[in-house]
Write a protein that binds this ligand. Structure first.
Ligand code: PHE
Length: 337
């Protein structure tokens, strides 16, 4: 009897081991552990055994064999299930690194090249990319950035107002954004700190085009909000960026300045290897009023922000004499880069 039980057990385990699909494991489960299974049948023969000791020993052996079979079935099921999942994941795999945005002919525009390089450098420094709309509300572009109606600093931004008003907003309060700083507000309102973002994008001012101005240009905004962020973090980040973007032989400095949305505020300059300085952009510690407008408690969090022109980076890098050339779409010019 015991020999029969051991043989049935070995046969069952071998079959389970050989099962190569979840369906066949389920079939084995029914067949081996069912009422008419080999072990169940042996169990019915226990009553015919001569002594109590024999019954006891054989009964125990059958139960152990049933348990071993059950355990083997669930182990096999798990193994095949994992393999099936892995196969499915592999089959449905999407290559998210594939980038279809490159033109099949030609190459990226100068400004796009600078934009992408800036993104790469900031991502390397641990920043994420954020975005905001080019058509902004007066509130995001000015109010929330500590420039209420009638604030003299608004005069520096030659604004383009739109007649259009989004649902719920007053007409005359919609602007083509004059800078990327409203993305600071949008990010603070949708994300919990700590925040480490850069926001590249197009901005608009009521400027007449000349060699150094365009009414449409590009900026990249940076925003960091975390616990105990200081001016030293700002200066260190600007310096790390300068070296990563321009090269190890460039350095940076901050010069006191004024922006309504930062306090203290600074301009930052980059020093070329020949010793000459180049003014790059504005920066500062995020003003408590701006943090509050973004729903962030200035007693707990602090941060810095910076912003500078992307077009200027391209102009500088390639020593372009007239910024208008970048937008004239003259192929003889564009193909040089
Ligand atoms: N938004 C400012 C400009 O367009 C630049 C800036 C951004 C200054 C962030 C300080 C902080 O001139």
């Amino acid at each position: 009897m015991i020999d029969q039980i051991i043989a049935a057990r070995e046969a069952a385990l071998a079959e389970i081991d050989a099962a190569d699909s979840l369906e066949s494991v389920t079939a084995l489960d029914t067949r081996l552990l069912g009422k008419k299974g080999p072990l169940a049948q042996l169990k019915t023969q226990l009553a015919g055994l001569a002594t109590v000791e024999e019954k006891k020993a054989a009964g125990q052996a059958v139960n152990e064999a049933l348990q071993a079979t059950e355990a083997a079935i669930s182990a096999r099921r798990r193994l095949l299930g994992d393999a099936a999942l892995a196969a499915r994941v592999q089959a449905e795999r999407l290559d998210l690194t594939e980038y279809a945005g490159r033109p099949a002919r030609g190459h990226a525009h100068l400004v796009t090249q600078a934009w992408e390089r800036l993104e790469d450098v900031f991502i390397g420094l641990g920043f994420r990319i954020a975005e905001g709309p080019e058509v902004e509300t007066d509130w995001h572009n000015f109010e929330a950035l500590n420039m209420g109606e009638g604030h003299p600093a608004r005069g520096e931004f030659d604004t383009l107002f739109l007649d259009y008003a989004p649902p719920g907003a007053e007409p005359g309060h919609t602007v083509l954004r004059t800078h990327t700083s409203p993305v600071q507000i949008r990010t603070m309102l949708t994300e919990e700190p700590p925040i480490y973002i850069v926001a590249p994008g197009r901005v608009y001012r009521r400027d007449t085009p000349d060699a150094t101005h365009m009414p449409v240009f590009h900026q990249i905004e940076g925003l960091v909000i975390d616990r105990s962020i200081t001016l030293a973090d700002l200066a260190g980040t600007i310096e790390a960026f300068t070296k990563a973007f321009f090269g190890a032989d460039f350095s940076s400095r901050l010069r006191p300045s004024y922006f309504p949305f930062t306090e203290p505020s600074a301009e930052f300059d980059v020093q070329r290897p020949d010793g000459s300085w180049l003014e790059l952009g504005g920066c500062g510690m995020v003003h408590p009023n701006v943090l509050r407008a973004g729903g962030i408690d200035p007693e707990v969090w602090s941060g810095f922000a910076f912003g500078f022109g992307i077009d200027r980076m391209a102009v500088m890098r390639h020593q372009i004499a007239d910024i208008r050339d970048m937008y004239a779409n003259d192929l003889r010019f564009i193909e040089q880069f």
